[in-house]
Design a protein around this ligand. Sequence first.
Ligand code: AMP
Length: 284
Amino acid sequence: MKEYARGARGEGRVIGLVPTMGALHEGHTALVARARQECSRVIASVFVNPKQFGPKEDYKKYPRDLPQDAEKLALVGVDVLFAPETADVYPDGFRTYVHVEGISERLEGRSRPGHFRGVATVVLKLFEIVQPHFAYFGRKDAQQVRIISEMARDLNLDAGIVVCPIVREADGLALSSRNAYLSDQERKAARVLYRALLAARNELAAGVRDAMQLQGVMRRIIEAESLAVVDYAEIVSADTLEPVVRVARPCFAVLAVFLGKVRLIDNLFIEPAPGESEEFVFQL
Ligand code: AMP
């Protein structure tokens, strides 16, 4: 992979990287399509990264279907599928990690200790191997995007971080590889995430600025769904992801919700006065 990347760079190609954990859906292929528009060589990685799963999480049963992923990627036109073995990514004796302090401990990080250390470490490794000019990430994982952008800034990485919008099902559920775990009933109940996020946006539009009140609106909607349990429901600043007391600036409503054993996350950009674009606000 390194040799290929070096060669492509030598020929003056612009390399775009789309890192994924496989079980690909239209959220992933949208990232590839965007990379295809902007880069002359598109590399998608498929690697279920053990370092970002907690000991009690779903690493073992995370959906894996490399042949199908390869077909999907061929259809959207990737040049290279990079699917390394775990032992090659983490050989015996591996003990170097990247930790983006502070932000890695909140929200997802609080519920999933060590998760972002695993994410940041594998993304830095992928950047070193693939040497991308641009790397494409989904806004679905808003905190991940923020952490990777901070890592790129702090470590003077060359890759430009490109953030792409959330792709949703017709009923609003954000596409996720984990949606495959949902029973039919849980799948129906999962609509509650987007409904709660929209309710927060509507309340804001109606003049509510108090973050606790907006969080309360989200919680009540989710709690009314018997199959759903809130892990967190917060309003955070769009540029720092720090909690806010009042929504005076662009923010994200962020959610993590259990449906049975399946934990789903989602978020929605909200702002006190419309007009500012998400893309603009999110840049570091
Ligand atoms: P994953 O395979 O879940 O690690 O995701 C790989 C990349 O796809 C990450 O940058 C995710 O944010 C992005 N992604 C996953 N789901 C979606 C979605 N529904 N819309 C947009 N991007 C997504």
